[in-house]
Design a protein around this ligand. Structure first.
Ligand code: SIN
Length: 294
């Protein structure tokens, strides 16, 4: 039953309850009420996946799931990844605990990016749960890359058609150096892979722009200067506010995003005043994706 265009009440027959879906912005993101993330039954996972592929990023509040339950939920999307550089939690190697200490001013994930786009098979989805959050600051933004492709100038579309770009992992220091409580797993290799600039998301069937400011280095077969100018134009387009949504965290909230179709940005507005003196802790689990194709 639809009772207005931005909030939907959907009847879940199997459970005899209503689920509420509220759009977070006109571009992407929906906040879901009435879904329990501890429930990994086929029908619940189907509901969650459908919501994810429709809205690109979905949010749930007051989900008191423990680490085993977060892992179980994540496994329903596919095989899990271990982070290339950051040591996972004791007993839960797939959980990266993102920690900003009260005295720190950096946010892990600050800057627009798609997670591990430097891998041959970049992450399909991320399940991120808030553990401790500052009273203000530390929101996360998402930008819809299917919409970004759709709204891209035709001349840019023509210039990137059939083109690939090189993505580079930037090395271990990038992921641990500025974060006192995040530990390296000892890996010091640097990864570099080429991916199509426009990829197809097999689950939504849509084309998505697949470059990002953080990890993309150069368009393959294009002069470096020309590539830099073109990538800069694309990044500017990807950051258009009308393609984005912004989530304000509360404790025990969970975000699930389709990493193939959104880029995201952890906002470091902790310093020098807002949020200073507060810790931010998030538990991140990533699901392995397919090799990107056009
Ligand atoms: C990330 O970039 O994966 C972290 C996002 C966040 O902590 O909000």
């Amino acid at each position: 039953m639809i009772y207005n265009s931005v909030v939907q009440l959907i009847f879940l027959c199997k459970k005899n309850i209503y689920m509420e879906v509220s759009l977070v912005s006109g571009a992407c993101g929906a906040e879901i009420k009435g879904v329990d993330l501890k429930d990994t039954s086929q029908s619940n996972i189907k509901t969650i996946k459908n919501l994810l592929f429709e809205h690109k990023v979905i949010f749930f509040r007051d989900q008191n799931i423990n680490q085993d339950e977060q892992i179980n939920l994540s496994k329903c999307f596919g095989p899990l990844e271990k982070h290339a550089y950051v040591k996972g939690l004791e007993g839960y190697p797939e959980i990266v605990r993102i920690i900003k200490e009260p005295y720190e001013q950096n946010a892990w994930g600050e800057g627009w990016h798609s997670d591990v786009s430097y891998n041959p098979q970049p992450t399909m989805a991320v399940i991120l749960k808030s553990v401790e959050i500052p009273p203000t600051g530390g929101d996360t933004m998402f930008s819809n890359m299917e919409l970004a492709y759709e709204t891209l100038d035709d001349d840019i579309k023509e210039r990137i058609i059939d083109k690939k770009a090189i993505h580079d992992s930037r090395g271990a220091e990038f992921f641990v150096e500025d974060y006192d409580s995040m530990e390296s797993n000892g890996n010091i290799k640097v990864y570099s892979n080429e991916h199509p600039i426009v990829r197809t998301n097999p689950d939504s069937g849509q084309k998505a722009l697949f470059v990002n400011y953080m990890y993309t280095r150069q368009i393959v077969g294009m002069d470096k200067k020309e590539s830099d100018i073109l990538l800069k134009k694309i990044y500017k387009h990807q950051e258009r506010l009308d393609l984005t949504c912004r989530f304000k965290w509360t404790p025990n909230a969970v975000a699930i995003w389709d990493n193939r179709s959104v880029i995201h940005y952890a906002i470091a507005d902790f310093f020098p005043n807002r949020g200073l003196g507060f810790k931010r802790v998030m538990d991140r689990v990533a699901v392995m994706g397919e090799r990107p194709y056009q």
